[in-house]
Design a protein around this ligand. Structure first.
Ligand SMILES: Cc1cc2nc3c(=O)[nH]c(=O)nc-3n(C[C@H](O)[C@H](O)[C@H](O)COP(=O)(O)OP(=O)(O)OC[C@H]3O[C@@H](n4cnc5c(N)ncnc54)[C@H](O)[C@@H]3O)c2cc1C
Ligand code: SF4
Length: 447
């Protein structure tokens, strides 16, 4: 076993090959035929089903579940893809516990919703694994659309436009397509290179060309694109992260959790990624949970999440929190870091407890202090948009769109994390990409 020492406590090859392989295997494997049938039979096929409106892409959930129960898996998959072409990834990553499954009547009645996410995975896997792509393009209409970014928003928009007969060119900064599906989603939610396979499958529609390593604002401008394309869709996500401001005797004490996760997603050999024995993650969202859980799975012995408010305020769902604590991650709430001192490679993180002021609702730092030690500290306090704000009207620091995903600039639509109506969820990005494509089509045919 080779140990690449970065600083004391942060080492690679903490675990055996078998341990890495077990730790990063599929967290929620697909149903067998029998399990899917039994689960599908639990659905009441509700009239006016609340699960449909709780899904941002409004998949006809009772219909696809009925199709599964009558062994029409291909039709079930088509019901899903008609609304959400990334239904395969969404089946793996959607926080269903706060969306469709929270709304399921069986959740209200007995605390056990129909496992809609896993049934969705069963249906979509059934045709993706056979490489069946159930759509063909309309006849080419001679119009060209530029799409910025190949994340869920850009891909959903491109696929729908291609179906409608447009030629689509995607411009993507990175060398791989998929956005955060490829570089962000936790490894154990999307195993076996699923993100890349899903992109290949989606591109089978034809008519979509991806130009890699091409960045809007660096290699070309919106104005240049507007001269050559009939419309533009921006789905460039959030490329910057919030940084914590803290007294520190070193400027390299805190690592970015999103970068750590992106590195983890791209390595082939988990043993090559060094991790601290004692890891602290600052934040309360999905990124904080994913960084903490994956640190633990890489072999960290002690992983602690520090969150400034209480558990109910964390944007990570209860299920995500439970997943972290069940893996041994400790969550300290109502605490904020105030300073870091690094000595002999070990950080001493000083913290203050906090409370919410009853009248103002503001967070108040208390005079009660404590400290913890860490070999490695990750910051996961949110991503932000720092692009294109001189070009578009903005709201909440993001591109402002109307109900048809149109921006303030003529012939430019946008969706996903980069817009003011984004929700930092894969499924919302897909819904907005799809809806923007329909709006672009409507606008072009009305001219
Ligand atoms: C660590 C992490 C874990 C997450 N886990 C989950 C989860 O489990 N479930 C869930 O629902 N959501 C999760 N999310 C949120 C989800 O990944 C995003 O909401 C979703 O990916 C947004 O899609 P998007 O297409 O808007 O942006 P992105 O996925 O960010 O894609 C944007 C694409 O645009 C490209 N790009 C950016 N700027 C330019 C430019 N100027 N020119 C050309 N190309 C550009 C980028 O390279 C990227 O490929 C997670 C996010 C993170 C950070
Ligand atoms: S709410 Fe639950 S039981 Fe009703 S249709 Fe949806 S999944 Fe089935």
């Amino acid at each position: 076993m080779s140990n690449t020492k970065l600083s004391p406590g942060i080492v690679s090859s903490r675990l055996s090959k078998e341990e890495y392989s077990n730790n990063f295997s599929d967290a929620y494997p697909g149903f067998t035929d029998y399990e899917a049938k039994v689960e599908a039979d639990r659905c009441y096929f509700c009239y006016d089903a609340p699960c449909i409106s709780a899904c941002p892409t409004e998949i006809n959930i009772p219909l696809f579940i009925r199709q599964i129960s009558t062994e029409m898996e291909e039709e079930a998959a088509k019901t899903i893809f008609d609304q959400n072409i990334l239904g395969g990834m969404c089946a793996r990553v959607c926080p269903t516990e706060t969306l469709c499954e929270e709304a399921c009547v069986r959740e209200a009645a007995e605390g056990k919703p129909v496992k809609i996410g896993r049934l969705q995975r069963y249906a979509t896997d059934s045709i993706m694994s056979q490489n069946i792509h159930p759509y063909i393009r309309n006849e080419n209409n001679g119009k060209k659309i530029a799409v910025i970014g190949s994340g869920p928003a850009g891909l959903a928009c491109s696929h729908r436009l291609s179906m409608l007969g447009y030629d689509v060119e995607i411009f993507e900064s990175k060398s791989k397509a998929g956005g955060l599906n490829e570089y962000g989603i936790a490894t154990y939610k999307s195993v076996d290179n699923f993100a890349a396979k899903e992109v290949d499958w989606l591109l089978k529609i034809g008519g979509i060309k991806i130009n890699h390593n091409k960045t809007l604002g660096v290699d070309f401008s919106i104005d240049e694109l507007r001269k050559s394309y009939d419309a533009i869709f921006i789905g460039c996500g959030l490329q910057d992260t919030n940084k914590i401001s803290i007294d520190s005797n070193t400027d390299q004490s805190i690592e970015d959790a999103v970068d750590f996760i992106a590195d983890l997603r791209q390595i082939n050999d988990f043993s090559s990624l060094p991790i601290g024995r004692n890891v602290v993650v600052i934040g309360g969202g999905m990124t904080a949970i994913d960084a903490a859980v994956q640190s633990q799975l890489l072999g960290a012995e002690k992983v602690t999440i520090i969150y400034r408010r209480n558990l109910e305020n964390m944007s990570a769902s209860k299920k995500e929190q439970n997943n972290a604590t069940s893996k041994g991650v400790k969550i300290i709430t109502n605490a904020i870091p105030t300073s870091i001192n690094k000595q002999n490679g070990v950080h001493k993180l000083s913290l203050s407890y906090t409370e919410v002021e009853k009248q103002s609702g503001k967070l108040k730092e208390l005079d009660q202090k404590f400290s913890i030690e860490a070999d490695q500290i990750f910051c996961a306090i949110g991503q932000k948009f720092n692009n294109l704000l001189d070009v578009f009207k903005s709201n909440k620091g993001k591109i402002m769109i109307d109900e048809s995903c149109k921006t303030s600039v003529e012939n430019v639509w946008a969706g996903g994390d980069c817009v003011d109506q984004g929700e930092d969820l894969t499924v919302t990005a897909v819904a907005q990409g799809r809806d923007a494509a329909e709006a672009i089509h409507k606008s072009i045919i009305s001219k």
